[in-house]
Ligand binder design. Structure first.
Ligand SMILES: Nc1nc2c(ncn2[C@@H]2O[C@H](COP(=O)(O)OP(=O)(O)O)[C@@H](O)[C@H]2O)c(=O)[nH]1
Ligand SMILES: [Mg+2]
Length: 229
C-alpha cells in the first residue's frame, strides 16, 4: 500500500523526531533525582569582571512529572493543550510513552517540567515502572464521562507509589466540556482527592479549562515537597 503512512504515523508522542524514546542520556540523568535544583545562586558580572550574586536570582528546578490514568481519558491531549496550546479531536493511542518539556516561571523560581505521558493500555504495564522512577509529582487523570476511569484512579496511584513511595499528586477530572455525558460529579472527585491529599481540578483539554492551573499546581507541590524533605 504505497499511500500508507509509515508505521510510526500513529504514534502520538507529539511527533517530534528525537523525542520518541525519552531515555536519552540527558533525560535519564535528569530523572535520577526527584527534585533537582539546577542552580541556587546566579551570578552577575561586575564592570571590573568580578562575579557577584544576583539579588534577583531565580531558583531553577527540573521536575519529572508523570501523567497517568486509563486509556483515552485525555492525558496526551492535556499535555498537548498545556505545552502547545491546541486540541486534536482524533484519538491516537500513545504507544509506550510520550514526552514533552515546558518551562514555567513561578516568579522566584523557574521550573523545567518534564512531562511523561504513559500509555494506559494494560499490555504496557511491564515497562511502566521504569518511567515512574525519579518522578517528583503525579498527575492522575480520569474522564468524567466514564465512571470506570474514576474507579481506577487509586489503582494507578498505587502502581506508581510502589516504585516511587509516597508522591504528591493532583487529580484531574477531564472532559468537563461534555456536560450531557457527565457521569462523575465534582463532589465525588473532590471527595476522593480530599481523602488522598491530592488537589482537585476540573479540566477540559478541549477548551483549556483548568489545564494551566493544574500543571502549575503540581509544579508548586513537587517543589514544596522536595524542599521539605
Ligand atoms: N470533549 C473532550 N474530548 C477530549 C478531552 N480530552 C481528550 N479528549 C478526546 O479524548 C480522546 C482521547 O484523548 P487522549 O489525549 O488521546 O487520551 P489518552 O489515551 O489518555 O492520552 C481523543 O479523541 C481526544 O480528542 C476533553 O477535555 N474534552
Ligand atoms: Mg495518550
Amino acid at each position: 500500500m504505497p499511500n500508507c503512512p509509515p508505521a510510526t504515523a500513529d504514534y502520538d508522542g507529539y511527533r517530534r523526531e528525537g523525542q520518541r524514546y525519552p531515555l536519552t542520556n540527558e533525560t535519564s540523568l535528569w530523572a535520577q533525582s526527584e527534585v533537582s535544583q539546577v542552580n541556587s545562586v546566579q551570578t552577575a558580572t561586575r564592570s571590573n569582571g568580578e562575579q557577584e550574586p544576583m539579588s534577583t536570582a531565580q531558583r531553577q528546578y527540573v521536575l519529572k512529572i508523570c501523567v497517568v490514568g486509563e486509556g483515552a481519558v485525555g492525558k496526551t491531549s492535556l499535555i498537548i493543550r498545556y505545552t502547545e496550546g491546541h486540541f486534536r479531536e482524533s484519538y491516537l493511542m500513545t504507544i509506550g510513552t510520550g514526552f514533552a518539556v515546558k518551562e514555567l516561571d513561578l516568579g522566584d523560581t523557574l521550573v523545567r517540567l518534564q512531562l511523561w505521558d504513559l500509555a494506559g493500555q494494560p499490555h504496557f504495564s511491564s515497562v511502566r515502572p521504569v518511567f515512574y522512577r525519579g518522578a517528583a509529582g503525579l498527575i492522575l487523570v480520569f474522564d468524567v464521562t466514564r465512571r470506570e476511569t474514576f474507579d481506577k484512579v487509586p489503582t494507578w496511584y498505587e502502581e506508581v507509589q510502589q516504585v516511587t513511595g509516597d508522591l504528591t499528586g493532583v487529580l484531574l477530572a477531564n472532559k468537563v466540556d461534555m456536560l450531557d455525558q457527565r457521569r462523575v460529579t465534582a463532589e465525588e472527585g473532590q471527595a476522593l482527592a480530599r481523602q488522598r491529599g491530592w488537589t482537585y481540578f476540573e479540566t477540559s483539554a478541549k477548551d483549556g479549562k483548568g489545564v494551566a492551573d493544574a500543571f502549575r499546581q503540581i509544579a508548586t507541590q513537587a517543589i514544596d515537597r522536595g524542599r521539605s524533605r
